[in-house]
Design a binder for this molecule. Sequence first.
Ligand code: ASP
Length: 321
Amino acid sequence: MQVGAEKIVVLGTGGTIAGTAASAEDTIGYTAAQVGIGALLDAVPGLAQAAGAAQLVSEQVAQIDSKDMDEDVWKALALRCAAHLADPGVRAVVVTHGTDTLEETAWFLHRVLAGARHKPVVLVSAMRPATATAPDGPQNLLDGVAVAATPGAHGVVAVAAGEIHGARGVRKVHPQRLHAFDSGEAGPLGWVEQGAVRLAGGWPAAAESADSALQAVAQAAAWPRVEIVLSHAGATGRAVELLAADGVDGIVVAATGNGTLHHRLQSALERAQAGGTAVRVSTRCPLGRVLPRPDDTLPDARGMGPVKARVDLLLELLARA
Ligand code: ASP
């Protein structure tokens, strides 16, 4: 590397983008997280050019199917991202990741990375394994690196199928199609067209208290346990009783509609809350947000869907510990 040259650091965590199948036609019977990050990048023609004047360097942080993502991998990833973002020689960080829990990782990184205020952290994934006849990973990598190299880019974003999504809005909405992500009512932040970024609005705003959140993550000896339960026809509340008896620290409930809960589940959650379990009410509706009412007995999740509300509660409990 030339002295003074900027770097774009690509952190590998696994996922389908690094997956392999026995045959090129197989796009569902593959094993995720098989190809190392170096080999993955080497297989994409034009990637160095997409990085512009920056040099691409890679590091393997994890090698997992993101369905198995956990807090320890988040911690390791956040600390590596933070260290690279703090390096004046690093222009941006790209993270290769599975699609299944990408939205949770994106929100977690957004909440803890103060360094993303001025530099981008770009999550890149794929719906087809690296061995597929027409894999989508290489194009997503090209687009992700192009976003990373874009002057003025900042914030935690996901780049897939030619779209740029912010950490707050991004969610996986389809189990197979290549265009698997959207940002709900907000729509994408922008698009990558032949290596050029076209923004619909601005880059994501900075996260509040990211510095102290990262400090709490770095110092965490043990993680709080936060589980998600669903309100549905016939809900009994028994799952909540068992979780509370088992010492769970927090429960996010994916409520129906505007935070409504089956009365049996509501009673169980109120009892759990009275017993010291932190409860947050989100909605299972894919669009919109819960509008809290003055007589609510359980606090709402401040507009976040269940999986991102869980990240928020995890960080809140960690900060209290
Ligand atoms: N199960 C895979 C993962 O999340 C799915 C994917 O990457 O598309 O790692």
